[in-house]
Ligand binder design. Structure first.
Ligand code: CP3
Length: 343
C-alpha cells in the first residue's frame, strides 16, 4: 500500500501532521500561472493544452510542495463534451448554451461520445502521473451532477440557482433525464481519468447547499452515491472525496449515505461542529476561510492552528473551505503551510 500521506488519511489514518493541498491552487494569484495562461491565449485553450495544463498543475507543487496536485481542468468541460456551447467572459465567468426543456436534452451527446473531446484532459493526467514527485498524490475531479446541471440550465453561474430549481419543480422528467445523463457521463469521464493515472477523485457539488429536504437526497446524495459505487466497482480501492458545499446538516452521514471516503467541509461550519458531526464518520478535508489568503497575519495563523488542533484526533486533510481567490498573496499561502507543518 502507498505511504503517500493523503492516501493514508483517506484510508482513515490519523496523522501527526495533516497533509495539505488547496482548492484552485493553480490559479491567477500566482504570477507563473498568469504567464502560462497568457501563453495559452485563454482559459479554455489552457485546459485543452496538455503541455501547458501539466505545467500549471506542477507550478504550485514546485513552489510550495503541496501533498497533492489537482488536475488543471474545469467542471464545465464535461457539458462542453456533451455538446453544450461554452465560453468564458473575462471578469464575469462562464457562459453556456441553456437548457429549458426536453429539446435541450435531445440535442446532447451520449455518455459514450465524450472521449474524443476530452482526450487532451486524459493526456494531461497521464503526463502528470509521470512527472509528479513520488510523494505527491494526483487528484482527478468532476462537478457533481446537480452543480453541473445548474450551469447547463441557466447558462451561467447564478446566486440562487433559480433556473435549475424552476426546471426541477416544473418539468421533473426533463430535469431528471439531465441529471441521469450527467451522472452516466461523469462515471465514464472519471473512470478514464483513473485509467490515465488519477489516484483520488473529487466531486465538486458547489451548489449542494441550495437543495433542501428530499431534493437534497435525490439530487445531491443519490447521484453522488451512484458515481462512487460505479467508480469503486471498476477501480476497487479508489479513494473519493465529496464536497457538498454549504450542505450544513446535510454533511451529517454524508460519508455513509454516499460511500465517500472523505467529506470536504466549507468554512460556513465550525471545526468543532465538523469534528463532532462529520469526522466521527471518516476523513474530513478543510476548512480555512479563503479570505485569510488575502489578509494574512496573526488571524491566519490562529485560525489555521485552531483547525489543525480541532481535527487532530481523526483523519484530516488540511485545505481551504473553498477555492483561493485571484487577489490572494502567495506569501500567505506559504504562511498557512508553515503553520500547518509546525503546529
Ligand atoms: O482546483 C484547481 O486548481 C483545479 C482546477 C479547477 C478549476 N476549476 C480551474 C479554474 C477546478 C477543480 C475547478 C472547479 C470548478 N469550476 C468549480 C467547482 C469548485 C468551485 O469553485 O465551486 C466550478 C463551479 C467551476 C466553474 C467555473 N470555472 C467558474 C464559476 C469560473 C469563473 C470564476 C473564476 O474564478 O474566474 C471558472 C474559471 C476557472 N476555473 C479558473 C480556474 C483557474 C479561472 C480562469 C482564469 O484563469 O481566468
Amino acid at each position: 500500500m502507498s505511504d503517500k500521506t493523503i492516501l493514508r488519511a483517506l484510508r482513515g489514518e490519523t496523522l501527526p501532521t495533516p497533509p495539505i493541498w488547496m482548492m484552485r491552487q493553480a490559479g491567477r494569484y500566482l504570477p507563473e500561472y498568469r504567464a502560462t495562461r497568457a501563453q495559452a491565449g485563454d482559459f479554455l485553450s489552457l485546459c485543452y493544452n496538455p503541455e501547458l495544463a501539466t505545467e500549471v498543475t506542477l507550478q504550485p507543487i514546485r513552489r510550495y510542495g503541496f501533498d497533492a496536485a489537482i488536475l488543471f481542468a474545469d467542471i464545465l468541460l464535461l457539458p462542453q463534451a456533451l455538446g453544450a456551447d461554452l465560453w468564458f467572459v473575462t471578469g464575469e465567468g462562464p457562459r453556456l448554451s441553456t437548457i429549458t426543456g426536453p429539446d435541450g436534452i435531445r440535442g446532447l451527446k451520449t455518455k459514450d461520445d465524450i472521449h474524443d473531446h476530452l482526450a487532451p484532459i486524459y493526456e494531461t493526467v497521464s503526463r502528470l502521473a509521470q512527472q509528479l514527485p513520488k510523494t505527491t498524490t494526483l487528484i482527478g475531479f468532476a462537478g457533481a451532477p446537480w452543480t453541473v446541471a445548474t450551469y447547463m440550465i441557466a447558462g451561467r453561474g447564478t446566486p440562487d440557482q433559480a433556473p435549475a430549481h424552476h426546471l426541477k419543480d416544473t418539468d421533473r422528467a426533463t430535469f431528471t433525464a439531465l441529471i441521469n445523463l450527467i451522472t452516466e457521463a461523469t462515471i465514464e469521464y472519471l473512470s478514464k481519468q483513473v485509467d490515465a493515472g488519477a489516484e483520488v477523485i473529487k466531486l465538486f457539488d458547489s451548489w449542494a447547499g441550495s437543495l433542501t429536504g428530499q431534493d437534497f437526497e435525490d439530487f445531491a446524495v443519490a447521484p453522488t452515491k451512484k458515481i462512487i459505487a460505479a467508480l469503486k466497482h471498476r477501480h476497487p480501492g479508489l479513494p473519493i472525496i465529496a464536497f457538498p458545499r454549504e450542505a450544513s446538516n446535510g454533511y451529517i452521514n454524508f460519508h455513509a449515505k454516499t460511500g465517500a471516503d472523505c467529506v470536504a467541509l466549507d468554512n460556513s461550519i465550525s471545526p468543532e461542529w465538523g469534528a463532532a458531526h462529520v469526522q466521527t464518520a471518516g476523513c474530513v478535508q478543510g476548512n480555512l476561510a479563503s479570505r485569510h489568503m488575502v489578509t494574512g497575519g496573526q488571524a491566519l495563523i490562529d485560525d489555521t492552528r485552531h483547525i489543525v488542533e480541532t481535527f487532530r484526533n481523526g483523519p484530516h486533510i488540511f485545505n481551504l473551505g473553498h477555492g483561493i481567490t485571484p487577489d490572494a498573496d502567495p506569501e500567505n499561502v506559504q504562511l498557512m503551510i508553515d503553520t500547518v507543518r509546525n503546529s
